[in-house]
Design a protein around this ligand. Structure first.
Ligand code: MG
Ligand code: NI
Length: 475
């Protein structure tokens, strides 16, 4: 078998993600792998720069989660400076982070995953996308597109940029929120609440009608990690990081600064993307997941009333225990989406939000800094070391998609075993395998630290290594 593996560094094409499914003589799936070609140049490239440039450089790693990079980065800078930011600076950061969460979650659900649920996993792949939804369910397509626009508009009104933001700076924010911008964003709230609720209803209806599929889809226990407030409330900007076991028992509450005590990474030869695991348990038992499913598994409640109501119904499914079903990432994501819209409203209603006291000034007071936040797809860490002049001597980024690498590999294998047969490879079956990856909503440009879209290739190989079928999607 080893001879049949076609993947090696020579055949790797820079910037591709690849799923390889191995089958035996009977067509049965024996193994599956999700490979990402990690481009590790970014961390190196930053060395020698002044650390305070990082919050404006690192958002360029990714067009989908630039805010998360800016926030983890700026928090690492503030750890170096030992500075506390003003309350309005924090409110504005939360606003912009929630805006990105709304935009990213709306993209994940409406554009990438709703086509499977609304049009069918076996429907025509040419139409199984937002365009196909626009034809069959125009009202739903419009909701998705507008919700995404709302999230981007928050960023635009706070930083002047839709995607690559510049307003997040060490010590707080560069710009205050103007009253007319606050009003303009508030005007979106009723529509954004309706659209988030509609997405939840769509998911719940799909689950009702496909219960067996949803419950069994790559369902397996792991550990989970995510940020919570000290009282256990769901949190994305700042709090304690919590690791729980498969029964929900808290293994460890820790600060970002302690991440190296808790998480270790191992390289595997088939992927450039490393495999992080919970250090005390070792790689075999330390498999943890991050992102919406993990955040709802570590949290004891949501921060807002509508999301809390949905959370209670969601938790009732597993009797309050962690939910291990990979397809439930979608459900968790949509509860977060609704909660994010509620939180945006609460922040915009806070009279402090338009204060012009948005930035504290400080200098380098430590030679090392670590920052974290919850990116839409999971916990993100930035770790910097600087010399006396503030030049970066070491940069380490630990990104969410990397932390879900074990999860994505396991999920691909589970789904391939359940749906793929090497004797007769159906496009719809391969689409289900890809859907396992879509649950995690991986940010491949982040995990590869490269800029731009990432096409994905999936191949099914026979026992002799011959190619039985392949599907290619352009990222
Ligand atoms: Mg790294
Ligand atoms: Ni990203």
């Amino acid at each position: 078998m080893a001879k049949t593996i076609s993947i090696n560094p020579v055949t790797r094409i820079e910037g591709h993600a690849r799923i390889t499914i191995y089958t035996d003589d009977g067509g049965k799936v024996t193994n599956a792998e999700f490979h990402v070609n990690e481009f590790r140049g970014f961390e190196k490239f930053c060395e020698g720069r002044v650390y305070t440039e990082m919050p404006s450089i690192t958002p360029r790693i990714c067009g989908i989660c630039p805010t998360s990079h800016a926030l983890a980065s700026v928090k690492a800078c503030e750890d170096i400076q030992q500075v506390k930011i003003p309350p309005t600076g924090e409110l504005l950061r939360r606003l912009i982070e929630l805006g990105q969460l709304i935009s990213s979650h709306a993209l994940s659900f409406y554009h990438l995953s709703a086509p499977d649920m609304l049009l069918g996993f076996d429907s025509d792949p040419a139409l199984r996308n937002i365009v196909g939804i626009a034809v069959k369910h125009p009202d739903i397509a419009v909701k998705g597109i507008r919700l995404r626009k709302f999230g981007q508009e928050i960023s635009e009104r706070l930083t002047g940029k839709k995607i690559h933001l510049l307003g997040i700076v060490a010590g707080g924010m560069a710009y205050a929120l103007r009253e007319d911008d606050r009003q303009a964003l508030l005007a979106w709230i009723p529509e954004a609440l309706e659209s988030s609720k509609a997405a939840l209803e769509l998911f719940k209806k799909f689950r009702e009608e496909n219960k067996q599929f949803v419950d069994s889809f790559a369902s397996y226990p792991t550990l989970y990690m995510g940020t919570v407030k000290p009282d256990g409330t769901h949190e994305v900007y700042d709090g304690i990081i919590r690791m729980v076991d498969e029964n929900g028992k808290v293994l460890r509450d820790f600060k970002a600064q302690e991440y190296l005590d808790v998480i270790a990474e191992r390289a595997q030869d088939f992927s450039y993307l490393k495999f992080p695991y919970y250090k005390p348990f070792g790689i075999d038992k330390g498999h943890y997941r991050v992102g919406p499913l993990a955040r709802l598994n570590v949290a004891s409640k949501m921060a807002t009333p509508l999301a809390q109501k949905e959370f209670e119904a969601y938790k009732a499914i597993t009797g309050g225990k962690p939910n291990h079903g990979t397809f439930y990432y979608h459900y968790a994501r949509l509860i977060e989406l609704l909660g994010a819209v509620e939180q945006v409203k609460a922040i915009l209603d806070d009279p402090q939000v338009t204060s012009t006291n948005v930035q504290s000034l400080a200098r380098r007071n430590k030679s090392e800094g670590i920052g974290s936040c919850e990116a839409p797809r999971g916990t993100l860490f930035h770790h910097y070391k600087v010399d006396e002049g503030g030049m970066l001597t070491k940069v380490n980024l630990l990104i969410a998609t990397g932390q879900n690498n074990l999860g994505m590999n396991r999920s691909v294998l589970e789904v391939a075993k359940a749906y793929v047969n090497g004797k007769e490879v159906k496009e719809g079956a391969l689409n289900r395998v890809e859907a396992a990856i879509r649950c995690y909503d991986p940010c491949l440009s982040c995990s590869t630290h490269a800029i731009g879209s990432m096409p994905m290739v999936m191949e099914v190989l026979g026992p002799d290594g011959s190619l039985l079928n392949s599907v290619r999607r352009d990222g």
